[in-house]
Design a protein around this ligand. Sequence first.
Ligand code: 5GP
Length: 179
Amino acid sequence: MEKYIEEILYSEADIKREVKRIGKEITRDYKGKTPILVGLLKGSVPFMAELIKYIKTDVQIDFMKVSSYCGAHSSGSVRIVSDTTTSLKDRDVVIVEDIVDTGLTLSEVIKLIKAKGAASIAICTLCDKPEARLYPAADPKYIGFNIPDKFIVGFGLDYNELYRNLPYIGVLKKEVYSD
Ligand code: 5GP
């Protein structure tokens, strides 16, 4: 598996350190409140699991699934595949995502969560590609790492459903996804 990785960008220790920092920021910002973290499946799962360990206020979690990239390129449209089971009405929602690229996925999810009557919505992402942003509505409040314009995998991030289990974040060799 690891022969497909060109370079390790962030080690397990780097990830732990930044996720801990975000946990502290969320704890500070939601003091006295009970936010609900809504993870976007499947990429957010390792991040969510790590993040909640460092949130020291009451917190709930739920998940949504939306269709996303097909391979390494955007399909250009987003479809809600599975919704949260918790009501988001009047809730302080923190959307938890693996990576924000153009922001298309999140801008659609934000619309849906707004329509459910959320009291507030913030975006928390492990990785951000700010240079690729086309939908500023999706700008994250909480960011683990700024990523260069490269296709990355690991710690939840996949290529064709593989490599989510890597404990680090790495750059996938181009030869893996170019024909
Ligand atoms: P956006 O809608 O912001 O353009 O794309 C967000 C989604 O694209 C992410 O949830 C992720 O599935 C996928 N994506 C974008 N960049 C990368 C990347 O570098 N690596 C991986 N594995 N997925 C990416």
